[in-house]
Design a protein around this ligand. Structure first.
Ligand SMILES: Nc1ncnc2c1ncn2[C@@H]1O[C@H](COP(=O)(O)OP(=O)(O)OP(=O)(O)O)[C@@H](O)[C@H]1O
Length: 236
């Protein structure tokens, strides 16, 4: 299957005296249907890489292809358009609006960004919440949900634009193990059952172990990539 993202020799250096090298010569692919984790010690460049892959930041060297198209040189508006149309983001903190129900939190971006009518947005938001196992809880405000449930609402919200790529920055970072496991199952299902590409930065070795592709970073470089899909599918 062709990659959603292909990075070729990406580098990111912050100007200064001396310059700060965040990333050097990073080559990797992020593929549909796979749950990918990005791991490594604190400060090795995981978040910096995620910002490049999510078109939030630009590389200083190398090429970044999204669905086969080089995007590093595109205008800020063109990059934002790709982000809005094709990517979904899930962060460590859910950023749900406290005074709105789960349903309204998922509906809001659909109405604002995709300009769906409230009837259309409601139907789609209910479907997305059911898909993350929260169909019964759509009337609850965030304070009436567990941490993991809140994070699953945030995942449903990230699916509002039907993204091909979901990027997570420590999406289970502040959850206990039970809630964390449910969130990981939800993310894995988005890859395995819906064919999306899901890539998450994580500190948790338990999450990395259940990922299809584990990208290990060290000192701003990709140190090793573990691809577990061959073993799972029984291919040689
Ligand atoms: N704007 C900046 N100015 C100076 N140094 C920076 C800046 N942004 C990041 N860094 C440094 O670059 C390195 C990589 O940071 P990054 O946040 O990508 O690492 P990380 O692997 O995600 O870390 P953590 O696991 O602690 O979140 C770190 O040493 C960080 O201190």
């Amino acid at each position: 299957m062709s990659a959603i993202i292909e990075a070729r020799g990406l580098g990111r250096t912050l100007p200064g005296d001396p310059p700060v090298v965040l990333l050097r010569d990073v080559s990797l692919t992020i593929e549909p249907g796979a749950f990918t984790t990005i791991v490594g010690p604190s400060g090795c460049g995981k978040s910096s890489l995620l910002y490049l892959l999510g078109l939030i930041d630009r590389p200083t060297t190398g090429e970044l292809l999204v669905e086969g198209r080089e995007v590093s040189q595109l205008s800020g508006d063109a990059r934002a358009a790709i982000r809005l149309a094709r990517f979904g983001f899930v962060f460590q903190f859910h950023f749900l609006l406290p005074e709105f129900t789960a349903l309204e939190n998922v509906m809001l971006p659909m109405q604002r960004l995709a300009r769906l009518s409230s009837t259309e947005a409601r139907a789609r938001a209910l479907e997305l919440l059911a898909g993350v196992g929260l169909g019964e809880k759509h009337t609850k405000t965030p304070d009436r949900l567990s941490g993991g449930e809140r994070q699953r609402v945030a995942i449903a919200r990230a699916l509002a634009n039907d993204p091909i790529l979901i990027l997570g920055d420590e999406p289970t970072g502040n959850l206990d193990s039970h809630n964390s496991a449910r969130v990981v199952e939800t993310l894995r299902a988005l890859a395995h059952e819906q064919g999306r590409a899901v890539a998450c930065v994580t500190h948790d070795p338990g999450i990395a172990e259940v990922s299809d592709i584990q990208i290990e970073m060290l000192d701003g470089r990709v140190e090793r990539v573990i691809d577990r899909r061959g073993a799972v599918s029984g291919q040689p």
